[in-house]
Design a protein around this ligand. Structure first.
Ligand SMILES: NC(=O)c1ccc[n+]([C@@H]2O[C@H](COP(=O)([O-])OP(=O)(O)OC[C@H]3O[C@@H](n4cnc5c(N)ncnc54)[C@H](O)[C@@H]3O)[C@@H](O)[C@H]2O)c1
Length: 247
């Protein structure tokens, strides 16, 4: 995608202070999109400033907690236009089901799913025929042990993506999900170096994913020239979902 094809488009990326969201914002800005980086974390200001410096001012920051419905609505309503909505903000933690509480589930759902719905709804109202919504799911939606609340929230992201895709396709707005495998970002802080090395060794491609691996796919799905793909869940996981390896 060249800057010329994306010039004038505006994207909103949630959870963009670091990790996958930051890499996605970087990539979209490099493609010529003006990117609004949002995050509950104040580091989003520095993140946007860094991109803006490198990419001719094509980035700005907004503090946003995706659980705040009114703030989500106001952010979207206050932009001159919205062409791309990347719903990336998310949380993860490890807890066996016997220790999980309904409150753990609700917190996970509020951030990983309900915030996504609110922003997708608000963005869709503003989008024209080349609108694109990209939701970040996880390979975990296929099933995983020790974090049922996360798995369930990401399976719900897939369901939401498919439902929105059907509703919005007649308007030319395309909605897809990217399901990352294990990507080396701060979300993995709970894992020791040893656990990370073991994780890398069981990936068919022999390494953990990089934020850029996901950003590249998001940028592809966000482009107006990608106009015959909707309602899909694209696994970007180094082949991990294929099975065949132990561990
Ligand atoms: N890293 C992985 O291995 C992996 C794998 C599969 C899916 N994912 C998904 O990718 C997305 C990004 O993950 P990451 O690895 O970059 O994680 P990360 O923890 O590095 O970044 C997540 C960002 O979301 C922000 N955030 C958290 N709660 C928020 C809220 N209430 N409102 C606004 N922002 C909030 C955080 O401040 C942080 O900047 C998440 O949805 C995650 O579930 C990550």
């Amino acid at each position: 995608m060249t800057g010329q094809q994306q010039a004038g488009r505006i994207a909103v990326v949630t959870g963009a202070a670091r990790g996958i969201g930051f890499a996605t914002a970087q990539r979209l800005a490099a493609d010529g999109v003006h990117v609004v980086l949002t995050d509950v974390d104040g580091h989003v200001e520095e993140a946007a400033a860094a991109i803006s410096r490198d990419q001719g001012g094509r980035a700005e920051a907004r503090r946003l907690d995706v659980r705040d419905e009114a703030a989500c609505e106001a952010l979207i309503a206050g932009l001159p236009r919205v062409d791309v909505m990347v719903n990336n903000a998310g949380i993860f933690d490890v807890k066996r089901t016997e220790d999980l509480t309904p409150e753990d589930f609700r917190r996970m759902y509020d951030i990983n799913l309900v915030g996504m719905f609110v922003l997708a709804r608000a963005a869709a109202r503003r989008m024209s025929a080349s609108g694109r919504i990209v939701n970040i799911a996880s390979r975990a939606y296929l099933g995983a042990v020790d974090y049922a609340h996360y798995v369930a929230s990401k399976a719900a992201v897939v369901g939401l993506t498919r439902a929105l895709a059907l509703e919005l396709a007649p308007r030319g707005i395309l909605v897809n999900a990217v399901a990352p495998g294990v990507i080396d970002t701060p979300i993995l802080a709970a894992w020791s170096d040893e656990a990370r090395a073991r994780l890398a060794s069981v990936q068919p491609v022999g390494r953990l994913g990089r934020p850029e691996d996901i950003a590249n796919m998001v940028a592809f799905l966000a482009s107006p020239t990608t106009d015959f793909i909707t309602g899909q869940v694209i696994l970007v996981d180094g082949g991990r979902s294929l099975g065949g390896l132990t561990g």
